[in-house]
Every structure is written in C-alpha cells, then in structure tokens.
Design a protein around this ligand. Structure first.
Ligand SMILES: [Zn+2]
Length: 295
C-alpha cells in the first residue's frame, strides 16, 4: 500500500513475503499458536462438502511452537459454515486422517483376489474384441450396400437417358436412394464401439482403478487432486466418515463382480465398458491424455 496526501492506494510492488507467512513468523517469534485461514490447502477449495450442511470444506493450518523450541505444523479440514445449526457436529479432520480415509476409499476399487481380477480383465479385453468384430462386420455390410446403391443409381440414370424411365419416376427413385446412402454413411461414421478412443483405454482405466489406492499414496498433491477428480464424483465429509460416489465405470468395481447378478440385462463387464462410453467428450479427452501418459 502507498499513502499519499492521506489517501491509501494499492502499491505496485509485490510484497516480499506473503502476509500469512509474515504473520506466522511474527506469531512464532512471540511464542503464539495461530490459525491461518484461507491458505491454499490441496484438499480444500471445493474438493469436499460437509455432509451435514453442504458447505464446502476449507483448510486451516495450525502452527505450534513447542516448549523445546521445535515447531509443529498441522493442516486441518473443517466445515466452512461459519454459522452452523446448533445440532451441527464438529467436522474437522487432520490432513493425514483425511488422506488415509481417501486412500482406503480408493483402495476399495481394487479387486483383492488375483484370479478374479485377471478374470475380469480378460473378459474386458474379450468384450472389446467381440464388439470390434461386430463393428467390422457391420462396416463391411455398410460399404457393400453403398457400392450397390451407386451401381443402381448408374443403371437408373442409363434407363432415364435411354428413355425407358419417366423423369418423375427417375427423380423419386434417385431421392429415395440418396436418402438411404446417407443413412448408411451415418451408420459407418457412428459405428465406433470398443475401437473408438474410449475403447482403447478400457484396460488402461481398469488398471488405473486397480492401482488408484497405491498411486494415491505415492503421488504429489496435483496428481492426488487429479486422481480424486477422475474417480470420485461426490465427496462429502461428516464428523466421522468420508462418503463418496464413484464415477462410472468405477462404480461397477465397488458393487462387486458377481456374474450371476446383473443390473438390467448387462453383465459387470458390459457395464464397465458402457460406463466409459457415457463419459462426456471433455472427460474422455482428459482421460485419453492421462492414460496415454501412464503407459
Ligand atoms: Zn457443515
């Protein structure tokens, strides 16, 4: 800040140290503990909401100076509601406790038995192969039909030019065949199933889910936020527990892979593939880049 003729103006110089760092230093020098609000804690900022009131979970850092002179710093996450209802419990998690809870939550995606895990992975790969074969067959049929339509159009034109067909009939038939050709071409374009951008990553995504808990444990803060964003849709914290909703297709892994049961007419393998296809294009793009990076 710059003061000029009694008025205060924002200064052009950047502060040499950030205010909260400065304040912490001051407090430490004076032997005080201090809460620092609004500091940039990596699990705050909308990553979680309070299960009781829906407010965002915010972070705070508490610095304690011990009698020995050692300084301890703790990061807490708590409900950001400044005027909670009287029955609102205290929602406050130490960072390492929250990190552990997240890791347990992610680890639940892991299929514990090697045999079951391999089995599911093999069936995912096979499902993609089957769908690719089907798609190739459909595409082959579609291309054949386009060639036929082309030849028919040529014969029709010959007939019209040779005087064997009236103009009206020629026009009507031509319109009809053009419309069919258009439909077939659209089928060809939209025929992507497992062979499309998403299908290529079915196995990579499955592997990602199987390792998500472990990866979380060894990742940096940005990577951790990315993992959360990809896997967990709704994340809420109560006074005692972390509750999350898994993004499709990861929900399939949580619900268990009992093959005798299936949701509607689909097996868990099909649901997993369908779940990925239901992702919005933006997420698919992100997903491709991330999975490619992993490989
Ligand atoms: Zn709350």
């Amino acid at each position: 800040m710059v003061t000029f003729r009694g008025q205060t103006y924002p200064g052009k110089h950047k502060p040499i140290i950030e205010l909260d760092v400065f304040e912490r230093c001051q407090d430490l020098l004076q032997g005080k503990n201090r809460r620092v609000r609004n500091a940039n804690h990596y699990l705050a900022g909308g990553m979680f909401v309070c299960a009781h009131c829906g407010y965002g979970i915010t972070g705070e850092r508490i610095v304690r100076r011990m009698k020995s002179g050692r300084v301890h710093e703790y990061v807490y996450y708590r409900c950001g509601n400044l005027e909670p209802a009287p029955d609102h419990p205290v929602v406050r998690w130490r960072q390492d406790q929250l990190e552990e809870a997240i890791q347990r939550d992610l680890a639940a995606l892991h299929i514990p038995h090697d045999e079951r895990r391999d089995w599911f992975r093999r069936h995912l790969a096979a499902a993609c192969d089957d769908q690719n074969r089907l798609r190739e067959e459909r595409n082959r049929q579609a291309r054949k039909r386009l060639t036929e339509l082309d030849q028919m159009q040529q014969r029709l034109l010959d007939g019209y030019l040779g005087g064997a067909i009236e103009k009206e009939a020629f026009t009507a038939k031509t319109t009809e065949m053009k419309a069919e050709a258009e439909r077939v071409r659209q089928q060809l374009d939209g025929a992507g199933t497992c062979g499309d951008e998403v299908g290529q990553h079915v196995l990579a995504l499955f592997d990602f889910a199987q390792n998500a808990g472990q990866d979380w444990g060894v990742s940096g803060k940005d990577a951790r936020r990315a993992i959360l964003g990809r896997v967990l849709l709704k994340r809420s914290l109560s006074d005692v527990s972390l509750v999350t909703t898994k993004r499709k297709p990861f929900d399939v892994l949580i619900e268990g892979l009992d093959l005798s049961k299936s949701r509607g007419d689909s097996t868990p393998v099909e649901l997993f593939v369908q779940g990925i296809r239901a992702w919005e294009p933006g997420i698919k793009g992100l997903l491709s880049r991330e999975t490619v990076k992993r490989d």
